[in-house]
Design a protein around this ligand. Structure first.
Ligand code: 0O2
Length: 223
C-alpha cells in the first residue's frame, strides 16, 4: 500500500541516481506533500471568503479565478540541485518557498493591492517576503505581485506553519505570463531575440491597457 502511494507521487518521473534516498522515504514524502496540500486549501479558502464577502458588500468580485498547484517531485529535486541545497525533506521545508503555490487572478490592478492587504492583515498569516513585480517589473516585462507567507495548518497532534507562495496578477498579466512561460521552455526556438522583444512590447501594452481599464472602471463607479 505504502509503495503504491509512493509510486503515485513519483510516477512518470525519472529519479536521478543520487536522489534515491530522498524518494525512498515514501511515507514521509507523502506526509510532507499532504501538509503542503493542506496549506494550499487554507490559503485558497481565505481568498474565497474575501471574494464572497466583497460580492455581497460591493456587488462585484475582485477575484476572477484562483488556481493552485503543488510542485512536482522532479521539479523539487531540480530546484534543490540548482541552488546547491541538500536533497532531503528537511531541506525542502527549509529552503523552498514555492512547493505550495496559489495564484489569484483579478480584473483590475487596484484589486490586487486591496485583496493582498486584506489577506496579510489576517492575524494568522505570517508574511515572509513580498516581491512587487508590478511596481518593479522584471526586465523581460513580467508583472505580478508575489508573497511568501506561512499559514498555520492543524493536524491531529500539532499545528504547523507551512510556507505558501501567493502570486496575484490581473487577467492580462496572467495571459502574458502563460505565453512567456511556454516560450521559456522552448529553448531551441529560432529568432528568440525577436520573440523576447515582441513579448516585452506586449507586456508594456498590457500594462498600459490595465491602467486604462481601471480608469474606465472608476469612471463608471464600479471600483
Ligand atoms: P513555476 O513553473 O511557475 O513554478 P524563490 O522561488 O522565491 O526562492 P525566485 O524563483 O527568484 O525565488 O522567485 P520569484 O522571482 O518570485 O519567481 C517565482 C515564480 O514566479 C516562478 O516560479 C514563476 O511562476 C513566476 N515567475 C517569475 N518570473 C517570471 C517570468 O519572468 N516569467 C514567467 N512567466 N513567470 C515568472 P518557477 O519555479 O520559475 O516556475
Amino acid at each position: 500500500m505504502e509503495k503504491e502511494l509512493h509510486k503515485s507521487f513519483v510516477k512518470n518521473i525519472e529519479i536521478p541516481e543520487d536522489t534515491e534516498h530522498f524518494f525512498s522515504k515514501g511515507r514521509d514524502f507523502i506526509e510532507m506533500m499532504m501538509r503542503y496540500q493542506g496549506a494550499i486549501r487554507e490559503v485558497s479558502t481565505k481568498f474565497e471568503i474575501l471574494n464572497m464577502e466583497m460580492s455581497v458588500r460591493n456587488n462585484r468580485n475582485p477575484i476572477e479565478t484562483i488556481k493552485t498547484r503543488i510542485k512536482t517531485p522532479k521539479s523539487i529535486v531540480n530546484k534543490l540541485k540548482r541552488r546547491n541545497f541538500e536533497i532531503s525533506l528537511e531541506s525542502v521545508m527549509q529552503n523552498l518557498n514555492d512547493v505550495a503555490g496559489v495564484r489569484i487572478i483579478c480584473s483590475f490592478v487596484d484589486d490586487i493591492y486591496y485583496i493582498a492587504d486584506l489577506f496579510t492583515k489576517q492575524d494568522d498569516v505570517r508574511v515572509v517576503e513580498i516581491k512587487d513585480y508590478i511596481k518593479n517589473p522584471k526586465p523581460n516585462g513580467y508583472r505580478s505581485y508575489h508573497m511568501i507567507v506561512e499559514i498555520p495548518v492543524f493536524f491531529s497532534n500539532e499545528k504547523q506553519f507551512i510556507r505558501v507562495e501567493v502570486q496575484i496578477r490581473t487577467i492580462a498579466m496572467d495571459f502574458w505570463a502563460s505565453l512567456e512561460h511556454q516560450v521559456k521552455y522552448k529553448k531551441d526556438i529560432e529568432k528568440s531575440e525577436e520573440i523576447e522583444r515582441q513579448l516585452k512590447e506586449c507586456a508594456d501594452v498590457i500594462s498600459a491597457t490595465d491602467v486604462k481599464m481601471m480608469d474606465i472602471a472608476k469612471k463608471i463607479d464600479i471600483l
